[in-house]
Design a binder for this molecule. Structure first.
Ligand SMILES: *C/C=C(C)/C=C/C=C(C)/C=C/C1=C(C)CCCC1(C)C
Length: 243
């Protein structure tokens, strides 16, 4: 799909029925708007909560830049920008682990918890990348490894030490932690479903044929912006009130 306009450095032409391209463009603008929103809101918060909202801004900003490239890549080549996708995730998912850690710090969370979550999220993404881009004929195997790391993260925040810290913190922190837990259990589950729609394995018989990028783009919008808004709401509640 390389065409003359690309060679000349002009804006690529998108088919009006290209709904995948549509989600890339909308995703790009949504991430930019969210990043601007989080950054510009920073001044209203107590110092203690500013870092959390700043990280929400960084997550959506990093995603916005990658979406800018992925949108272009899709328009030019009509194929999945898998490489950019995973570069984005390897930066933003650990930052989402940082968000969990930052809100649990009030209850005494230790850096060991943060590192554990970051390591498992990196394992989840590297094995996912292997299955999706490097060893495509073993996609089911690598997807399984990735899924195990994902389940460990789910376990850690729902039942493990992160849960205990959230309970110890109580109040608004506990409430926010609960909502973030749901994001990880339900919102993040869209990714493995998209993966199964886009790769071949034992599941190919019953998984509906869908577009992997549409699934990922919708999931990114829900998770990155939604996650950020939960943190934002917590910071609003906590700022200006004692404790
Ligand atoms: C902002 C980006 C986020 C929150 C990305 C999250 C990605 C995942 C939870 C991906 C998970 C995967 C599996 C659990 C198995 C198949 C391979 C992956 C990488 C799609």
């Amino acid at each position: 799909m390389e065409n003359l306009s690309m060679t000349l450095g002009m804006v690529a032409k998108l088919d009006p029925t290209d709904y995948v391209g549509f989600t890339f463009f909308v995703g790009c603008m949504a991430m930019m708007a969210a990043a601007a929103f989080f950054f510009l809101s920073l001044n209203q918060f107590d110092k203690k909560w500013r870092t959390s909202v700043l990280v929400s801004g960084l997550i959506t900003f990093i995603a916005a830049v990658h979406y800018f490239y992925m949108r272009d890549y899709w328009a030019a080549h009509g194929e999945s920008p898998t490489f950019f996708r995973y570069v984005d995730w390897i930066l933003t998912v650990p930052l989402m682990c940082v968000e969990f850690f930052l809100i649990l710090k009030v209850a005494g969370a230790k850096p060991a918890l943060l590192w554990k979550m970051i390591i498992f999220s990196v394992i989840m993404l590297v094995t996912g990348y292997f299955g999706e881009a490097v060893f495509k004929d073993q996609a089911a195997f690598w997807g399984l490894l990735s899924g195990l790391a994902y389940f460990y993260i789910v376990y850690e925040i729902w039942l493990g030490s992160a849960k205990k810290l959230a309970v110890a913190a109580g109040g608004d922190v506990l409430k926010a932690h609960k909502i973030l837990c749901w994001f990880v259990l339900v919102g993040w589950a869209i990714y493995p479903l998209g993966y199964m729609m886009g790769t071949d394995g034992w599941y190919s018989g019953f998984m509906p044929d869908g577009n992997i990028d549409v699934a990922y783009n919708i999931a990114d919008a829900i998770n990155k912006i939604g996650f950020g808004l939960v943190i934002y709401a917590l910071a609003v509640k906590k700022s200006g009130s004692p404790a």
